[in-house]
Design a protein around this ligand. Structure first.
Ligand code: UDP
Length: 367
């Protein structure tokens, strides 16, 4: 039996890993000699950022939780590496599969390679070109030692080829986060805030912010909120607040009847809001992908993106990281001239199946 160790650690990982687990189980059910275990590094640990997604997305309980959350980047990365090395010393595996670009992705890839295990990276090849972002460092380091790349776009393949990756080891499979989106569209759940804020379809804006460049300076965070409130024509703004942002937000003195601040929402509730929003203002990478597929106008508060296809083919536009760029973007939205999204190749809900098919072939698993 070939054994694959799957790694997940932080919120955006859970949506990416859920369909892969399903596809492995399906292959096993069809007689393939493949099995998996799931390692949760504990990078995100509270219910709103972790446990809830396991319940909502029917992800089986992890085989182990390394409990390596909290602390600085270095402390967290080190704790994950120590925990994962111990785990691999006592659990035989044929391949380690990591997803996305969080600290867990990089830390576990390094540990696996140093134990001479092959590493597969789902969402390999994304590059923003902005090395001030910790995620970009995680992407570059992970891909520099990855054996098998599963990519979401042609551009990611090009990036990898440019960096000298073996073309025979790069597989354009699509987007497992979108697998999760498409398979849950019929299960979405209206959040409580829908009624408390008196929301109606396409009559509110959704806001998420957690990148250091946007939320670390309290003045800037406040300025964003003021600009959004001043130019949103009285529409409710729903702002589910990432734990990273929560602390800073406490020092911001804005009271408005149109601003509805909530805890981070569960996936089914968040996507319900996203689907019905007039637009989303965000600095999340995953949300730009989901908004593009749902054809919801997306304004990204960043200077660069590692997901250019959401701009070229989707509904995403980069506004930059200056609050003053918000008013013209909202004007454009209200003028009804925001671009329409098109189809994103391979983002069809079957990416995880493709990944598992490739793994079966690569690891020469026989039924
Ligand atoms: N998300 C969620 N609840 C929220 C905000 C986001 O379930 O309150 C989901 C969102 O739909 C997407 C993922 O979390 O699937 C994105 O996570 P995050 O913004 O933390 O990561 P990034 O994409 O920036 O790496």
């Amino acid at each position: 039996m070939t054994h694959i160790t799957l790694v997940a650690g932080a919120r955006p990982n859970f949506m990416k890993i859920a369909p892969i687990i399903r596809a492995v189980k399906q292959a096993k059910g069809q007689g393939q000699n493949i099995n998996y275990s799931l390692v949760h590094t504990g990078q995100h640990f509270d219910r709103n950022m972790s446990g809830r997604f396991f319940e909502e997305l029917n992800i089986p309980a992890p085989d182990v939780n390394l409990g390596a959350g909290g602390g600085s980047h270095a402390m967290q990365t080190a704790a994950i590496m120590v925990g994962f090395e111990k785990y691999l010393q006592t659990h035989l595996t044929d391949l380690v599969l990591v997803v996305g670009d969080v600290n867990s992705t990089m830390a576990c890839a390094i540990v696996a390679k140093k134990m001479n295990l092959p590493v597969a990276h789902v969402e390999g090849g994304l590059r923003s070109g902005d090395r001030t972002m910790p995620e970009e460092i995680n992407r570059i380091v992970t891909d520099s030692i990855t054996d098998y790349f599963f990519t979401t776009s042609k551009k990611a393949n090009e990036n990898l080829l440019q960096e000298g990756a073996d073309p025979d080891h790069i597989f354009l499979v699509g987007n497992t986060m979108i697998d999760t989106l498409l398979s849950n569209l019929s299960r979405l759940r209206k959040p409580l805030i829908w009624d408390t804020a008196g929301l109606s379809e396409k009559e509110f804006l959704l806001l998420t912010m957690h990148r250091p460049a946007n939320v670390d300076q309290i003045q800037k965070l406040e300025s964003y909120l003021r600009k959004i409130l001043a130019h949103s024509r009285g529409m409710p703004i729903v702002f589910p607040v990432h734990p990273r942002t929560r602390e800073r937000l406490q020092s911001v003195s804005i009271e408005s009847p149109n601003l509805f601040i909530t805890e981070p929402l569960g996936y089914l509730e968040f996507i319900y809001l996203l689907k019905h929003a007039k637009a989303v203002i965000t600095d999340s990478g995953g949300v730009t992908e989901e908004a593009s597929v749902l054809e919801v106008p997306c304004m990204t508060l960043r200077d660069s993106t590692e997901r250019p296809e959401t701009i070229e083919l989707g509904t995403n536009e980069l506004l930059g990281t200056e609050p003053s760029y918000i008013p013209p973007a909202l004007e454009k939205l209200f003028a009804g001239i925001w671009k329409q999204g098109g189809e994103l190749p391979f983002w069809d809900g079957r990416s995880a199946e493709r990944i598992v098919d490739h793994l079966i072939h690569l690891l020469q698993i026989c039924a």
